[in-house]
Design a binder for this molecule. Structure first.
Ligand code: AMP
Length: 362
């Protein structure tokens, strides 16, 4: 892990009046660029040439400038150039996937605590985090001890791709052998497998933002926790599996995230959802120095209103892309059109004004 002092030193050299944000052109980049534009923050898109048209198609959400790369891992070759432009990297789901473990050592200021991204990537750590937060999580099973329906997950942020459900150890072994043979998974995947109790209920994905700089609202640590939105993921093919099944077409369920839909929850459920968010922030301070900025808890709520969390995304989630002009919750906190992307740029500006960039940038 790069020492915090090294990042602080780079930040000290930055021109506060010319701060820029750097974003890998993927995932939630349009929203982040759009929000930065509203805040008057300069944007740099780390982009594959083939993806440029996607951003040029949306003039209000394209970066001010591009740095072109063949592969996103190459971002580490551009850190000096980015630092010379006073750039702060904004992590999102694709950044976590493409930069991977290098995120620990990349010599560029990152918005938020970069340690958090390692806790998100490691499922064992995640279980610990949820536990310390006092949040109910699904039971996990050993391969040789699967008592009933369980979802089998492989390492890395894959958006549900390749997950399957088994009902016994025998079925687990058969399906693993089948997947290995087909080359869809590797031994590495099998070694890092997590087998979770299959939860029933409906899924809700609340979007949070922790800020140390604002005090009014839902108190949390030295600042407040903002609930900026809520979505539900759309997964192929499980979400419309009734379509083939009604005609008797044999279909193997899959859980690949292909999009997101807006949802609203019963108002009374918000108490618990807010407490869970606070628990995640408190536990992050206890375990690894805190979480700053956006995160999401992936939950399932059953018919008795029991809420279980099966994952934490410790950065902006793609579900926030639904709300570039603010959401059904953010409008109760901000009298402005506040997306999560815009909120990130706002936080950077506020931190700069308070001379406290080092607090939220690691
Ligand atoms: P994840 O990669 O953990 O975000 O999971 C992707 C999708 O798999 C989720 O959005 C759910 O539809 C499904 N899923 C994950 N964990 C569970 C679980 N423990 N029980 C039921 N469904 C799950």
């Amino acid at each position: 892990m790069i020492p915090k002092g090294e990042i602080d030193k780079i930040l000290e050299g930055y021109d506060r009046k010319k701060l820029a944000i750097a974003v890998i052109c993927s995932h939630s980049a349009l929203q982040i660029f759009h929000g930065a534009r509203q805040e008057g923050v300069k944007t740099i898109g780390i982009c594959k040439k083939s993806n440029k048209e996607r951003y040029e198609a949306f003039p209000l959400a394209k970066p001010d400038e591009y740095i072109f790369v063949d592969k996103y891992e190459e971002i580490s070759d551009h850190v000096d150039e980015l630092a010379a432009k006073n750039a702060i990297l904004i992590p999102h789901g694709s950044a976590v996937e493409y930069i991977g473990k290098k995120i620990e050592t990349i010599k560029l200021p990152i918005f938020g605590n970069r340690r958090v991204l390692l806790w998100e990537a490691d499922r064992q750590k995640m279980v610990k985090w949820l536990g310390v937060a006092g949040i109910k999580a699904p039971k996990t099973y050993k391969p040789e001890d699967i008592p009933g329906p369980a979802i089998v997950k492989f390492p890395g942020a894959r958006g549900g791709k390749g997950y399957f459900v088994v009902k016994s150890t025998k079925e687990f072994n058969e399906k693993i052998a089948r997947e290995l043979k087909a080359g869809r998974i590797t031994q590495n995947d099998v070694d890092g497998v997590v087998i979770q109790e299959f939860l029933s209920g409906v899924r809700f994905y609340p979007h949070y933002f922790y800020t140390p700089f604002f005090k009014d609202g839902f108190k949390c640590q030295e600042g407040r926790l903002e609930m900026l939105g809520l979505d539900k993921r759309i997964e192929s093919n499980i979400d419309e599996i009734y379509r083939p099944l009604v005609f008797g077409v044999k279909t193997e369920p899959s859980y690949t995230v292909v999009g997101n839909a807006p949802v609203i929850m019963r108002e009374s459920l918000l108490d618990e959802i807010l407490r869970m968010g606070r628990g995640i922030v408190d536990a992050s301070f206890e375990l690894f120095g805190g979480i700053y900025g956006p995160f999401c808890i992936e939950t399932i709520i059953d018919e008795n209103f029991n809420i279980t969390a099966f994952e934490v995304s410790a950065r902006i989630v793609a579900g926030t892309n639904l709300y570039p002009r603010g959401s059904q919750y953010s409008c109760y906190i901000f009298d402005e059109l506040m997306s999560t992307g815009r909120r990130i740029s706002r936080e950077i500006k506020v931190a700069a004004q308070k001379d406290a960039l080092a607090k939220v940038i690691h």
